[in-house]
Structures are given as structure tokens and as C-alpha cells.
Design a protein around this ligand. Sequence first.
Ligand SMILES: [Zn+2]
Length: 95
Amino acid sequence: MKLQQCTTCNKQFTWKQILKSLFLGNQPMKCENCGTVYRISNSSKYISVFFILGLAFILLLIELPTNIRFSILLFAYVIFLLIFPFIATYNRQKK
Ligand SMILES: [Zn+2]
């Protein structure tokens, strides 16, 4: 797994940078080196929504005590946040 690189200057984005843009509601991400602005791709956006809603839905269907359900959900989201920067793709924003 590899983090995405800037297509202009080939500088690799940091995990923190991608996560930050994700937390700020998929804010555009700017390359620290050359200033090119990137937006998360639609497919990555769908993957994240699908994962979060899908998981919540599955957990609703399974009979589990609420606290265990909540722990699984929390754990899965942490895992998801750890791996998402590696699977997310960003497109260069058109000027
Ligand atoms: Zn760059």
C-alpha cells in the first residue's frame, strides 16, 4: 500500500494530511510542495460512505448488547481511518 503522490511534483502526501482533509469534510487538499489542489475522487467518497453506513446497518441486524455493538463500530471506524488514506484517491482540481 502506498499513499498518493502529487501528480505535478511527485511529492507524496502524508497520512496526516489526507486524514485531516477527510475530517474537515473532504476539504480540498493542497500539495505542500507546489500548491496544487486536489479533491477526493467520487469513488473514494462512495467507498467511505458505503463502509460507514454498511457497517452500521450490519450491526443493527445482529443481536448484540449495545455496548459490544458500539465497541465493534468504534473499533472498525478506527481501522477504517487508519487504512483509508492508503485507498483514497485524489484528483487534481481543475482551475
Ligand atoms: Zn506537488
